[in-house]
Design a protein around this ligand. Structure first.
Ligand SMILES: Cc1cc2nc3c(=O)[nH]c(=O)nc-3n(C[C@H](O)[C@H](O)[C@H](O)COP(=O)(O)O)c2cc1C
Length: 360
């Protein structure tokens, strides 16, 4: 056995294996899992990070991937604490070295039990409002460096629903997003290791069939959009209805801004604590990141599509989002989504096995 095979043998590395086994359940945009692991010895491993900016319009400057990596680091920490270990991270460009050290006095974080059950539910929830206790737990989970903007009550939820409904037109009429959707949906699937299974997308069977037919080519999508108002049903089912049917929408805002890679990692860690806490409270959760992403393109003056109508619409929506969130939050918006009481999803993304996540 050569040394590389030996160092990547999961069975021989009990603690690190168990930590990665849990941490791999961290969420990532479109389930892209922009990380691979390299076990160095019994107490240290490297996390090789990457991003999807070269093919994914939703990963402006790799920031969505950085948020996901932040969620991964937080999950590693919670999983390590469960092993009575502390973890130090050393940042070396795209490689992050994790080193474990024993601490028998460490308190186990009860969020550990929600790491695997935390997931994305894209279908409507109940309209029941969050209780003050639930809101307080969620607000506390992110820590002092973040604040939560809540959008609750009929009128505000309706404002967000309209915003998301229009925003979906941008998403569904630009070729750049079509190229992404084509790659990240696994058809005829309830579970998917590397993508989003079609059954977790949130469409009914008829719309799903139509979408599958259309998505074989961009010209079919354009034809459907032009002659059959092809964006209408998905926008109602994926955006309008879910946005109205939830307890609240939220935006996590970084008080000190998002000025560095580390700031995105920290934001991702806060987001993961928030999401795990919502799972721990028995709530359902869906990220709603695309309005923020398109707005960031507009604010940075970066062209994200050849479709000039979509750019105009994105600009209008960016202004609306700013009106809702306040100008001070523009550059500090870490994560947007919705929460509420509801059924767990029947279908979900799963993950690559630890063996497949080990760098070869
Ligand atoms: C940075 C980031 C952005 C995301 N954006 C969206 C989004 O806009 N809409 C959505 O439905 N899911 C979004 N997701 C959820 C991912 O698609 C999901 O976490 C991934 O497919 C894994 O599935 P799971 O959360 O059910 O484990 C996002 C997740 C992350 C980490």
């Amino acid at each position: 056995m050569n040394s590389e095979t030996q160092s990547n043998d999961p069975e021989a590395k009990g603690t690190i294996y168990r930590i990665i086994e849990l941490a791999r359940w961290a969420p990532s945009g479109d389930n892209t899992q922009p990380w691979r692991f390299e076990i160095i010895d019994e107490v240290s491993f490297n996390i090789h990070t990457s991003d999807t900016r070269d093919w994914c319009v939703y990963d402006l400057d790799g920031n969505a991937s950085k948020i996901a990596v932040g969620a991964l680091l937080e999950t590693i920490e919670i999983a390590a604490n469960n092993e009575k270990m502390r973890v130090d991270f050393c940042y070396q460009g795209t490689v992050i070295k994790a080193t474990l050290r024993s601490d028998h006095g460490i308190e186990i974080n009860n969020l550990v039990s929600s790491i695997k059950t935390r997931c994305t539910q894209r279908r409507p929830f109940e309209k029941t409002a969050l209780t003050p206790t639930q809101k307080e737990a969620l607000e506390q989970s992110v820590g002092d460096s973040y604040r939560i903007l809540w959008f609750e009550g009929k009128a505000l939820k309706w404002s967000i629903a309209k915003l998301l409904f229009k925003n979906a037109e941008v998403r569904l009429t630009i070729r750049e997003a079509y190229e992404v959707h084509k790659q990240i949906i696994e058809w005829d699937a309830r579970f998917s290791e590397t993508k989003i299974p079609d059954q977790a997308v949130g469409l009914d069977i008829v719309s799903l069939k139509l979408m599958r037919w259309a998505m074989t080519s961009w010209s079919r999508v354009q034809w459907l959009n032009k002659y059959l108002s092809g964006t209408l049903m998905p926008r109602v089912q994926l955006d309008l209805m879910p946005a109205r049917n939830c307890a609240a929408h939220f935006i996590i805002v970084a008080k000190d801004g998002l000025k560095s890679e580390q700031a995105y990692y920290r934001g991702g860690a806060a987001m993961q604590r928030f999401w795990l806490t919502s799972a721990d409270l028995g709530l359902q959760f869906q990220p709603e990141m695309t309005p923020i992403i398109f707005s960031n393109y507009i604010n940075k003056g970066v062209k994200f599509t050849d479709n000039s109508n979509a750019i105009l619409l994105a600009k209008e929506l960016s202004d609306q989002l700013t009106e809702l969130t306040g100008t001070d939050a523009i550059e500090n918006r870490v994560f947007m989504g919705r929460v509420g009481v509801g059924k767990s999803p029947w279908a979900r993304s799963i993950r690559l096995s630890v063996a497949n996540l080990l760098k070869r």
